[in-house]
Design a protein around this ligand. Structure first.
Ligand code: ZN
Length: 50
């Protein structure tokens, strides 16, 4: 099963409709992408501090 996310309230769910407000959810991107980005930023930040 894929993780889905409600664009309205930002809640993560496995259902196609948000259990909170009934909005149609969209499939959430795997956290791999943002993780790589964060690492990159972290490196940059570190370099700037040193
Ligand atoms: Zn919602």
């Amino acid at each position: 099963m894929r993780m889905r996310k409600c664009p309205k309230c930002g809640r993560y769910t496995l259902k196609e409709k948000c259990p909170t407000d009934g909005s149609a959810t969209v499939s959430a991107h795997p956290p791999r992408f943002s993780l790589g980005k964060e690492t990159k930023y972290g490196k940059y930040r570190r370099a700037a501090q040193e």
